[in-house]
Design a protein around this ligand. Structure first.
Ligand code: KIV
Length: 271
């Protein structure tokens, strides 16, 4: 049986049920009201207000510059649009790494001011205390391992992570630690499919992949990539469902032509 379409509100418990029953979890990023409404109407299970907003909405090279206030603004817009799906919001860089109290305060701001349902943060062992404190306050936490973009200057590259055994073992250890700390789900980004499969098999919580292969419990993509709005980003894991860059550019060129040629507006399009 599939709960897709039958469930009125997706919760962390729904995702757990999906994992147990082999139903894959669908997740996309969203940053604004209009797109979030379409995704929710389409039946998406989870919307992530990702700090990738820093890249695709604000035009920064990395996710590091986006602020907590800016994340809350995006999250508020998404929350206003959604009836059914679970809304998870990224804690941005610099708002949780200091200590667990800072992490809790940032999470509380997201829950109170945006009305989100859960938060996500990046990292393993080093964020365990923070996760325990946030979960202890009643806030569901999603973990994120593998390629963690907030650490891009440490990695030095966006290449696939954990290809070597040592890093793969560390990731395994961290995945267990995050589950034990109380995470309700885990995102794995850009790692070998075999490792994704191993983590998903061992962990009881749902594992959602982006470039982590077919054997994890669900998939997430950045909406601009999935819809083909970004055109210069073509990692192997990306499937484009539309080519909106070309479609929107074409429509804009058409509009410009109609305005210049005085074709728009016509008699029926004026008062
Ligand atoms: O910020 C984001 O979009 C993310 C996804 C890549 C999982 O964290």
């Amino acid at each position: 049986m599939s709960v897709h379409g039958e469930i009125k509100k997706v919760t962390t418990h729904t995702l757990q049920w999906m994992k147990q029953h082999g139903e894959k979890i669908s997740m996309l990023t969203a940053y604004d009201f209009s797109m979030a409404r379409i995704f929710d109407d389409a039946g998406i299970d989870v919307l992530l207000v990702g700090d990738s907003a820093s890249n695709v909405m604000a035009g920064h090279e990395t996710t590091l510059p986006i602020t907590l206030d800016q994340m809350i603004y995006h999250a508020q817009s998404v929350v206003r649009a959604v009836d059914r799906c679970l809304i998870v919001v990224d804690l941005p860089f610099g708002t949780y790494q200091g200590n667990s109290k800072e992490a809790l305060n940032s999470s509380i701001r997201i829950m109170k001011e945006a009305g989100a349902h859960a938060i996500k943060l990046e990292g393993g062992e080093e964020v365990v205390d923070s996760i325990k404190r946030i979960v202890g306050a009643g806030v569901p936490v999603m973990g994120h391992l593998g390629l963690t973009p907030q650490s891009i200057y440490k990695f030095g590259t966006y290449a696939v992570r954990a290809k070597e055994e040592e890093e793969a073992e560390t990731l395994m250890v961290n995945a267990r630690l995050l589950q034990d700390a109380g995470c309700f789900a885990l995102v794995l980004e850009k790692i070998p499919a075999a490792l994704g499969q191993r983590v998903a098999k061992e962990l009881k919580i749902p594992v959602i992949g982006i470039g982590a292969g077919m054997h994890v419990d669900g998939q997430v993509l950045v909406m601009h990539d999935m819809l083909g709005i970004t055109k210069d980003f073509s990692p192997r894991f990306l499937r484009r469902y539309l080519n909106l860059y070309e479609d929107i550019k074409g429509a804009t060129e058409h509009y410009i032509k109609d305005v210049k040629s005085k074709d728009f507006p016509n008699e029926q399009e004026q008062y």
